[in-house]
Design a protein around this ligand. Structure first.
Ligand code: COI
Length: 363
C-alpha cells in the first residue's frame, strides 16, 4: 500500500507494527476476531490455474447474486450428483516460547482441499500456492498470533464458486481466500455427547469425506436441540445400518480399550482429519495398536476412554455419552491416554517437544 501515511492511517500503521494486537488472550474462545489482512486468489473460465494472489485488507467481499456458493451452497441433489461449490480448510499457527511461529502440517490441508475440489468439479490451488498463501496470511497478521501457550491463530482457507451460475452446473469462476482469527478452546468445560437418533451427517456416495461447506449446516438443528438439553455436541451414526458411531459435528472420534486405540475408517463418510492422522501416528509410536474400522455403539459404550480430535478441538476427552436414555461416563484427567496424546501433540505444535516427524513449518 503506497498511500501517504498520515493522520488516522498513521495511528493504524503504528498499531499494526506493535508486536501483539490488543486482545484479551485468556478470554479467547472459538469465535472470529477481525484480523488485518486476508489473501485472495482467483480463477476465471479459460484460466489454467489460480494466479495473481494478493494480500488485501480483511473485509467483506463482493459476490454476484447468482454465484455458485450463494445459490448452491446449500445441498441440492440432482441425478445422484451433489452440486455445491464451497470447500473450506482449517489449520493453526502457534507461537513458540522464543516468539517464532510454527505452522502445523499445512501441506496436508492443501492436499485435502485438492481432493475435495476434485470431487466437487472445482479447480484448486497447487500445494505450493496453498502453503504460500497461508504463510503470507500468517506473516501479515503476525500480531494476532497469540503468545506462547495462550491460544493459536486458526487459519481458514476457503475455495468458493464465485462465477454466475443460475443452472445446476459447476461455476465458471472461483476464489481461493485465506483469513484467520486468534482462537482459544473450541469447547470449554466437559464434553458430554448425545448420540443422534434421526439425523445423519453423511451418506455413502455423498460428501462426508471432504470438507464441503454443506457438511456442517445441515446438522445445526439437531446440534441446537442437543445443546438446549445441556449436551456439548452430538455423535452421528452411520446412515446404512445405524449401528456404528461415525463422528461428531466438527470432530473425529477415538476409543481406547486395553492396548488398542480405534477410530472409524475414513472411507467416504468420515472426514479424514489431520489431527486424526497425527494422533494415529503418535499413538502407534507410544506402542498402542491403532485400528481403523467400524465402531459399534456397544463398543463405544464399553470403552475405557473416548476422545475427540480436530484442528479446532485438538484432542479432548469425552466425559459422557448418552444414547436412548442411557448415559455412560468415561475416565478423565491427567492420567488418561487422551491427555498424554494431547500434551505430545500440542508440545510438537508449540515447539516444546522435538518434532522428529517434520510436521511443523517454521516461519
Ligand atoms: C476444524 O477443526 O478445523 C474444523 O473444521 C471444525 C470446524 C467446523 C470448527
Amino acid at each position: 500500500d503506497c498511500r501517504p501515511v498520515t493522520g488516522a492511517l498513521q495511528t493504524c500503521y503504528r498499531r499494526e507494527k506493535a508486536e501483539y494486537a490488543n486482545v484479551n488472550w485468556d478470554e479467547l474462545g472459538f469465535a472470529l476476531t477481525k484480523i488485518d489482512y486476508m489473501y485472495v486468489m482467483n480463477f476465471t473460465q479459460g484460466d489454467e490455474k489460480f494466479s495473481h494472489g494478493t494480500l488485501t485488507r480483511f473485509g467483506n467481499i463482493q459476490l454476484c447474486p447468482s454465484s455458485g456458493i450463494l445459490n448452491y451452497g446449500q445441498d441440492l441433489m440432482m441425478k445422484k450428483e451433489w452440486w455445491y461449490q464451497g470447500l473450506f480448510e482449517g489449520l493453526k499457527a502457534y507461537r513458540k516460547a522464543d516468539e517464532r511461529i510454527l505452522l502445523f502440517r499445512p501441506e496436508e490441508n492443501a492436499l485435502r482441499m485438492k481432493m475435495g475440489a476434485d470431487r466437487m468439479c472445482m479447480p484448486s490451488p497447487t500445494v505450493e500456492q496453498f502453503v504460500d498463501a497461508v504463510r503470507k496470511t500468517v506473516l501479515a497478521n503476525k500480531r494476532w498470533v497469540p503468545p506462547h501457550g495462550r491460544g493459536s491463530l486458526y487459519i481458514r482457507p476457503l475455495l468458493i464458486g464465485t462465477g454466475q451460475n443460475l443452472g445446476v452446473k459447476p461455476a465458471s469462476e472461483y476464489t481461493f481466500l485465506v483469513y484467520a482469527s486468534p482462537v482459544g478452546s473450541y469447547h470449554k468445560g466437559e464434553l458430554n455427547l448425545l448420540v443422534e437418533d434421526k439425523v445423519h451427517r453423511a451418506t455413502p456416495g455423498g460428501t462426508g469425506g471432504i470438507k464441503a461447506v454443506t457438511n456442517y449446516s445441515p446438522v445445526y438443528k439437531t446440534l441446537t436441540q442437543a445443546k438446549a438439553r445441556g449436551f456439548s455436541d452430538v455423535l452421528f451414526r452411520d446412515a446404512l445400518t445405524g449401528s456404528n458411531i461415525e463422528e461428531g459435528s466438527a470432530c473425529n472420534i477415538f476409543i481406547l480399550k486395553g492396548n488398542v486405540i480405534s477410530t472409524p475408517t475414513a472411507d467416504g463418510t468420515i472426514l479424514p482429519g489431520i489431527t486424526r492422522k497425527s494422533i494415529m501416528g503418535l499413538a502407534s509410536g507410544f506402542g498402542y495398536q491403532v485400528e481403523e474400522r467400524a465402531l459399534r455403539i456397544d463398543e463405544v459404550f464399553d470403552a475405557e476412554e473416548v476422545f475427540c480430535t480436530g484442528t479446532a478441538m485438538v484432542v479432548k476427552p469425552v466425559a459422557s455419552i448418552t444414547y436412548q436414555g442411557k448415559t455412560i461416563e468415561y475416565k478423565q484427567g491427567a492420567e488418561t491416554v487422551a491427555q498424554r496424546l494431547y500434551a505430545t501433540l500440542t508440545g510438537i505444535q508449540t515447539g516444546l517437544v522435538e518434532d522428529k516427524l517434520g510436521w511443523t513449518m517454521a516461519m
